[in-house]
Write a protein that binds this ligand. Structure first.
Ligand code: HEM
Length: 529
């Protein structure tokens, strides 16, 4: 009898869930929004959740199909959560810039009481985000970047040893690993003030925990899933995005560094020092950009947890993006040897006029390198940028209302591979970024750093940012690009590179990810010039 009751209960419950999902899956169709057919119970992301498809590429497919049907937008279901995908170029501008006050946040957001290391600029919301952004923006001025430039160059000191060893031992270089170790050295040094020496010793504690930040398992799929589908449940269950051992490690490092510098009265040219200097600075922030928040928001100096969180996000946000850019660029120039040769000639010629030293000004003079880096970020960007609708939004020239709480996926990969903007999009062609060609494209067709007030903080802004009543002109080279270029100049000045047959061509991306992560490494052979 009990068994029969149980079976009936399960049947009734399953029917209710199926009916609920079926009803949910009518959401976009009833609003006349194109959506690929969802399937029960995962909507459109079954293959993503089972590690078979990259989420950014799924969004790109929706962009392509909607664009082919001449539609201004499309949608998808992340399990049962409807997600909006803008396609039209003008609509993108509204969401990212003009009507930003409707889309100020991104998922997943974080409650800092039980996930302090994730209370970063990337995940904070509303006025808290605005206040912190205003506070941290001055850290990225040209002057500050010039100040830490030598630290970047020092991190390349061990690169030639790694190359010489591989030549001596006739072993190919695992470019993914080398880029990751070099980037860890740079970010460990500039964000945490630690000499990691990962290029010399790949098994340092910093590299081990740095790797853990990006390791994916079931937990790394389930927690972000809950955060997108039900932020309320995330709060109720006090789920933490950061892994506990990773949090402990980074908090310990920051505490020790701060104590050491305070007690020994020593300082360094790095972000950790700049963050420490912000400890006692009170700031009056005009948060009028965020509606329904109090107009003026007072932010106290940074606490230890806040310093740790920002150093951590500089590492987490800067690591994957910068190291993969270097990795993909090396892959492209071993496939296109004429481009490699032209790049090497530029590096050697410019360095000669700078006393054979890699200087800030020398890097800025390498214009062909700039084109190559841009073309790499076009072909291999962060494939999708998330936003969250924070206030109901009526899409211009349509009856559609994007409801508060709806996640928005900006289809960066789709745009960067759209033949209307980039003919023959799979071809690696740095000349797409000549002044003439750049001017031919509409705005918002190159989004490697995002756009609008939430654009990557390590970037140049076309607009000026108002901070504590002072206008700060952010200019010069972006930190992420700067470290990629410094690494590249060091690699190319004395070495040639060819593709090792171990590399799987064409490259394949891992499924189940939000970034373009490679399934297999890029293997290359180094030769002295
Ligand atoms: C080639 C290197 C890099 C690329 C391609 C890149 C790309 C991006 C992108 C696409 C976003 C999202 C922007 C948006 O939502 O509109 C972002 C945000 C961010 N990035 Fe970067 N990034 C790079 C390097 C760095 C570095 C080196 C740092 C730190 C030192 C950094 C810190 C951040 C932070 C803090 C945010 C969140 C900004 C906010 O919400 O206010 N990034 N980045």
């Amino acid at each position: 009898m009990i068994f029969e009751i149980l079976i009936s209960l399960v049947l009734v419950l399953s029917t209710i869930i199926i009916l609920y999902l079926k009803w949910t899956f009518r959401y976009w169709k009833s609003r006349n929004v194109y959506v690929p057919d969802p399937s029960l119970p995962f909507g459109n992301v079954k293959r993503v959740l089972f590690g078979k498809e990259n989420f950014g590429l799924l969004v790109a497919n929706i962009y392509n199909t909607a664009k082919a049907k001449e539609l201004p937008y499309g949608g998808l279901y992340f399990v049962f959560k409807p997600v909006f995908v803008p396609v039209d170029n003008k609509l993108l501008k509204h969401i990212l810039i003009t009507d930003f006050q409707h889309f100020t946040d991104r998922l997943p957001f974080v409650e800092n009481e039980y996930d302090p290391l994730n209370a970063t600029l990337f995940s904070l919301t509303g006025a808290k985000w605005k206040a912190l952004r205003t506070k941290l923006t001055p850290l990225f001025t040209t002057g500050k970047l010039k100040m830490i430039f030598q630290t970047l160059v020092d991190c390349t000191n061990n690169l030639p040893h790694v190359l010489d060893d591989s030549i001596k031992q006739k072993q190919p270089l695992d470019m993914k690993e080398i880029s990751a170790r070099y980037t860890t050295d740079v970010l460990g040094s500039v964000a945490f003030g630690i000499d990691c020496n990962c290029l010399k010793n790949p098994n340092t504690e910093f590299r081990i925990y740095g790797k853990k930040v990006f390791e994916t398992g079931i937990r790394e799929v389930v927690v972000p899933l809950v955060s997108v589908v039900s932020p309320t449940l995330m709060k109720l269950l006090r789920l933490q995005i950061t892994k506990v051992d990773v949090e402990k490690f980074f908090m310990k490092i920051v505490r020790e560094t701060i104590d050491y510098r305070d007690n020994s009265n020593c300082s360094r040219n790095d972000f950790m020092q700049l963050l420490m200097d912000l400890r006692n600075q009170e700031l009056k922030v005009n948060s009028s950009i965020i509606e329904n928040e109090q107009n003026v928001f007072y932010q106290n100096g940074l606490s230890l947890e806040e310093i740790a969180a920002q150093a951590y996000v500089f590492f987490a946000a800067g690591f994957e993006s910068s190291s993969s850019t270097l990795n993909f660029l090396m892959y492209e120039i071993v496939q296109n040897l004429d481009i490699q040769q032209k790049l090497r000639e530029e590096v050697q010629r410019v360095l000669k006029t700078h006393g054979n030293k890699i200087t800030y000004d020398a890097i800025q003079e390498m214009t062909y390198m700039d084109k190559c880096v841009n073309e790499t970020m076009r072909k291999y960007p962060l494939p999708m940028i998330p936003r969250l609708c924070t206030k109901d939004y009526k899409v211009p020239n349509s009856n559609l209302i994007i409801e508060k709480g709806t996640p928005v996926s900006i289809p960066v990969y789709g745009i960067h591979h759209d033949p209307e903007y980039y003919p023959d999009p799979d071809k690696f062609d740095p000349e797409r970024f000549s002044e003439e060609n750049k001017n031919k494209r509409p705005p918002l067709t190159f989004l490697p750093f995002g756009e609008g007030p939430r654009i990557c903080i390590g970037t140049t802004s076309k607009s000026n940012i108002i901070c504590a009543n002072t206008i700060i002109f952010i200019s010069g080279l972006r930190l992420g690009i700067l470290q990629t270029k410094v690494g590249l100049a060091c690699l190319l000045r004395n070495y040639k590179f060819t593709l090792n047959p171990k590399t799987v061509v064409p490259l394949e991306f891992l499924g189940g990810q939000f970034i373009l992560a490679l399934k297999e490494s890029v293997w290359i052979d180094a030769h002295k010039v």
